[in-house]
Write a protein that binds this ligand. Structure first.
Ligand SMILES: [Zn+2]
Length: 178
C-alpha cells in the first residue's frame, strides 16, 4: 500500500478499525486487511494455480487493495459512500480510519466486507458479477445491518447505514469534491 503520510500509531489504528467495530467478523476482516493477509488473487494463486493473480476486469495484479479500492467495479460504490460522508474516501481511510468517527468507520468497514464477499462469490462461481449486482449486494447488506444496529441500540451507526442506503437507492452519482 502506498501511503501519503507516515504510518499512524498502531494503538490508534487498532482502536479505530478493530476495537470500535460493532461486529466481530468485521473487526476480524479489518485485522486481515491491515496485516495484508486478506484473501485475494495475488495470494491465492500461489497455492491454487487455477485462480488467476490478475483481476478479470482490469487485468491489474489482484491485490487486496485492488479488490477493495482500486478496481473499476467498486468506483461507483465508493463515490456514493464518499457523498454520504462528505469526503473523498482514500485507501488510508479504509485501512486506518484515523480521521473518521466510529459511525463512519463502521460504515466503511461494512462496505469493504461486502466488496470482499462479492469477490468470493465471483471466484467461487467463476462468474463476473456486474457493478449493478455489487450495488444491490451492498444495498441488501446495509438494509439488514441497519436493522441489526437499531436492535443493538446503535442509533448513530444505524443512521449512517441508512444514509448510505438512501444514496444507493437514489442512484446519486455526484462525487464528493473535498
Ligand atoms: Zn479490477
Amino acid at each position: 500500500m502506498k501511503l501519503m503520510s507516515p504510518l499512524p500509531e498502531i494503538h490508534v489504528i487498532v482502536t479505530k478499525k478493530i476495537l470500535e467495530m460493532k461486529e466481530n467478523k468485521i473487526a476480524e476482516f479489518n485485522f486481515k486487511f491491515i496485516n495484508n493477509i486478506m484473501a485475494c488473487g495475488k495470494m491465492l494463486s500461489k497455492w491454487k494455480p487455477f485462480i488467476s493473480d490478475k483481476c478479470v476486469l482490469c487485468n491489474e495484479d489482484e491485490t487486496q487493495c485492488h479488490i477493495i479500492y482500486e478496481c473499476q467495479i467498486v468506483n461507483r460504490l465508493w463515490q456514493v459512500i464518499s457523498n454520504v460522508i462528505g469526503k473523498r474516501i482514500s485507501l488510508e481511510d479504509i485501512a486506518f480510519g484515523i480521521e473518521l468517527n466510529r459511525e463512519t468507520n463502521n460504515l466503511i468497514s461494512q462496505i469493504c466486507y461486502t466488496i470482499h464477499k462479492y469477490w468470493i462469490i465471483r471466484v467461487n462461481e467463476q462468474n463476473i458479477i456486474s457493478e449493478r449486482h455489487l450495488i444491490e449486494l451492498a444495498h441488501s447488506d446495509l438494509r439488514f445491518k441497519c436493522k441489526v444496529m437499531k436492535y443493538l441500540k446503535e442509533d448513530g451507526i444505524a443512521q449512517q447505514f441508512k444514509r448510505a442506503l438512501d444514496n444507493l437507492v437514489s442512484g446519486d452519482r455526484r462525487i464528493a469534491h473535498s
